[in-house]
Design a protein around this ligand. Sequence first.
Ligand SMILES: [Zn+2]
Length: 370
Amino acid sequence: MIRIEAIRFIAILPGSAVRNVAFRSLSLLLVLCAASFARTQEAAEVFVPGQTYFGKDKHIEYLAGDLPFILSAPHGGREKPEHIPDRKEGTFAFDVGTQELARAIHAEIYKQTGHYPHIVICRISRRKIDCNREIAEACAGNKDAEAIWHDWHRFIGAARAQVVKSRGRGLYIDLHGHGHKVAQLEMGYLHSADDYASTDEQLNGSQFLAASSLQGLIALNRRPYAELVRGDFALGTLLMERGFPATPSKERPQPTTPYFRGGYNTVRYGRDGGPIAGLQIETNSRGVRDNDASRAKFAKALADSLQIFFEAQFAMPLAPQPAYSHQQDLERSASDVPARSASRVVAAPSRCAPPVTCCRRFRCRPRHCR
Ligand SMILES: [Zn+2]
């Protein structure tokens, strides 16, 4: 109907006006087609879990995942392409070993769960691009650098979309390395060291909640906020229990200074991350990322901690559970393990085979299975 009216309208116009209207209509049609094509392309960008994808000139690497966990390593890159000039202003510290640590975490989580985390790695030197800054400071106006910066965020965005679509919520960690005197993990939730001098009651106040990078968890309203950052099941506490001193945590509730509170990525993908909670982890070097053995040890501690963290804080397992029949389990427990009560049964021991995570309660760890 609208089209017929438009044709009638064109028919009563003089020749040049008709050409004008036709040209504008054609232009509009082309713009609409282009927008539709772009949307189709966006929708068609499918990342297969377990596969690796690269951005421009392979400077950004994305290990696509299927778990509700995203980890990025922005400052462990070594590549120094000559056509991108060195940045003149900003911070240039190289987070030695963090790229390798991210890969070790990827391998360990797969080993434990049989599923893949999402890992985004910046392989280009911080001299050229800073993937933890807004674009002006990150790229110093260089167009090639800007394209790479956009690749970084495109991949994290794709990871986020997959997590939200598949599990509804999840966790993001921006992984760094510090050179501070005190050898401890600095867990950054966007609060200063002084902020943690507050009592737990004060920390639970609205001003801290609003500033936090854990919005995705705060929205669930499962625990008081102070418990999320320094309670029994805070990530710092869980890592500390596994031999990696961390602050804030139950044992070290207030960070010493200097302390890194979290940067651009933590704001963008944590505080402003919707259903995905985020934080920054600044790692000390020795025993964490200084060699393969350290990295494997830390990766195991983090993977163990994440499995407990997801159960305790998100009330969901990190990895999907295998198909489970309570009736079958009761039958098996009646014949095999007569002493167990039905309420304690979560999975028969015979079902426990690495890398499958078979225990549903967060206190029950895979290593306890037989
Ligand atoms: Zn860094």
